[in-house]
Write a protein that binds this ligand. Structure first.
Ligand code: GLN
Length: 322
């Protein structure tokens, strides 16, 4: 049977309805007070294929802040500004197996640089490498990159930013530690302000799927053939998403879902399914980006229903890169 767009739409609708029941489990993030206002019953998904097909289902209209997903974007920008080897001299590419905001692993004896750019210590280090003398200046290239991909400039949610700043004790602790080991190339306050701002960028599910699709296509816009992200940088970002993107559940996600992804504590996930095969029945096998939003989180800080929905779809559609 040929899977029409309508068939795929109905299929995704059914499974969103099914997994919405799972949003009863888990809790919304509350350590940043403003994130606690999210509605834990929400669940939505957006899928954009390299071939242009888009499927959306569930709560796709709710804007959310990208939180830790921003770590992928600042890493990409730092690599574009400073070069890959410069960045990798300052932050490693190993999973931690510890929570994203763990302090403990920073104290490990031989640690000369943070484990990877997708835990807070590594991300704060990467943010300190960005060019610019103010936080707004540092984020100009990131906003430009997003505008190049999305066609508009996303807004900064100033309320979430203020909330992050007010509840930042742990990130400050990590920051001071990084200062002590000589990791930061910018002043700590400036770096943290930039980091809280990048976490507070607000976008939609459709946007996440589109960014994922560009990464799936190695950084190139399939329509215009414009190189938005250098291929090597896009590939490196995907490797890190696969190994370190889902906090200390990255191994399980790789094993059970099998595609690069990055989550944020807002309950959003960006997933990237690189081209696997030409397949007329299932056009998404030709590569796609997937955005998922479901603010009820598991203990690792990942969207409970979001992961299950992704896992189901990846399995049924055989999206695993392995
Ligand atoms: N702003 C959050 C923090 O640094 C981002 C963390 C996350 O999404 N895991 O605590």
């Amino acid at each position: 049977t040929k899977l029409t767009k309508e068939w795929l739409q109905n299929y995704v609708d059914d499974w969103v309805t099914f997994y919405r029941k799972h949003t009863k489990e888990g809790e919304v993030a509350s350590y940043i007070p403003l994130l606690a206002q999210a509605d834990k019953r929400h669940l939505g998904i957006s899928i954009t294929g390299i071939n242009g097909m888009t499927i959306e289902s569930g709560n796709v209209q709710i804007p959310f802040t990208i939180q830790s997903i921003s770590k992928v974007f600042t890493f990409i920008i730092a690599c574009m500004e400073r070069g890959i080897s410069y960045v990798l001299d300052r932050v490693d590419v190993e999973p931690t197996g510890a929570a994203f905001n763990s302090i403990m692993h920073l104290e490990m004896k031989q640690l000369k640089k943070p484990f990877n750019p997708f835990v807070n210590a590594g991300a704060i280090t990467v943010t300190s490498l960005l060019n610019g003398k103010t936080s707004d200046e540092k984020l100009v290239p990131l906003f430009q990159l997003l505008e190049n991909i999305l066609g508009y400039r996303p807004r900064l949610n100033m309320d979430v930013f203020a909330s992050e700043k007010e509840s930042s004790m742990r990130n400050r602790a990590i920051g001071y530690y990084l200062v002590e080991i000589g990791s930061l190339e910018s002043d700590l306050e400036l770096t943290l302000e930039t980091y809280f701002k990048q976490c507070s960028i607000e976008i939609s599910l459709k946007d996440l799927a589109r960014i994922g699709m560009i990464l799936a296509n190695d950084g190139e816009d399939p329509k215009t053939e414009k190189k938005i992200i250098p291929r090597q940088v896009a590939r490196l970002a995907k490797a890190l998403m696969l190994t370190c993107g889902m906090y200390n559940a990255s191994g399980k996600f790789a094993a059970y879902v099998g595609i690069p992804a990055k989550s944020g504590v807002s309950g959003s996930i960006i997933a990237v399914s690189p081209p696997r095969a030409r397949n007329e029945e299932l056009p998404f096998l030709e590569g796609c980006g997937i955005g998922v939003y479901g603010p009820a989180l598991d203990e690792q800080g990942n969207s409970i229903a979001g992961i299950r929905l992704l896992r189901h779809i990846a399995k049924q559609w055989d999206l695993s890169i392995f």
